[in-house]
Write a protein of this length. Structure first.
Length: 232
């Protein structure tokens, strides 16, 4: 039995004018269903960038981060509930836990309860860390550590970590593997420094992969796809 934490960006859920595109939801659901069938225990942290990016102050009014970031957190609740609803309609048992409770809809995260539920359900984490200034990458590192995951899967638009932007530079070099220290020292921005530091402290491996590849989540869970593995 392997317990993994998948970090999904909110942007992945969006396609064209669809904020939560049915094709993207179906793709996630089908892959998660296969992993669940093969006895993977799965947690998912989903971002909210398809709805609102708090750190970017995208309302154009210089909004204080302490006000803007909670809007982004609320966006992750929308995405988490959407994922849960889609999973349930396809027969996948799924539960949502939030950094804070949302009425009777989303219970607050409780570590022992979640560790028990993840044995039978896909667990979706909403609300980030519950605090401004911390990204959902940091939330993913935190939740992965708390549920004692053996691997953190970070889904991105590129097939790993590069020394510079591969979309801008033809000579960009991709790394098959990195240490936490190398990722932090060279400021590779595929995850934020706080998330890297927490994973380093907990000795939690991170695998960076391109979610737009065919069966990417399934293949990433067993590291059978091109990507970058970050370890000690």
């Amino acid at each position: 039995m392997q317990r993994i934490l998948l970090k999904l960006s909110g942007e992945y859920l969006q396609e064209g004018t669809e904020v939560c595109a049915s094709q993207r939801l179906q793709n996630i659901q089908e892959q998660v269903a296969q992993l669940h069938h093969h006895n993977f225990e799965i947690g998912i942290v989903v971002g909210g960038g398809n709805i609102f990016r708090g750190g970017k102050h995208n309302l154009g009014i210089g909004m204080d981060r302490c006000l803007a970031d909670p809007i982004g957190m609320a966006a992750t609740w929308v995405n988490a509930l959407t994922l849960q609803a889609y999973f349930l309609t396809q027969g996948i048992p799924a539960k949502v836990y939030g950094a804070q409770a949302l009425g009777t809809v989303i219970p607050a995260f409780q570590v022992e309860r979640v560790r028990w539920d993840i044995k039978t359900h896909v667990i979706i984490f909403a609300g980030g860390t519950g605090h401004p200034f911390f990204s959902t990458d940091t939330a993913a590192a935190l939740r992965a550590s708390e549920i004692q995951a053996t691997l953190l899967l970070k889904a991105t638009k590129v097939d790993g970590v590069y020394d510079k932007d591969p979309k801008k530079y033809d000579d960009a070099k991709r790394f098959d593997s990195l240490t936490y220290h190398e990722a932090l020292a060279n400021q590779y921005r595929v995850m934020d420094a706080c998330a890297f530091a927490l994973c380093m402290e907990q000795k939690l491996p991170i695998f960076i992969f391109n979610i737009f590849e065919k069966d990417a989540i399934i293949r990433a869970a067993s590291k059978q796809i091109k990507g970058t593995l970050i370890t000690a």
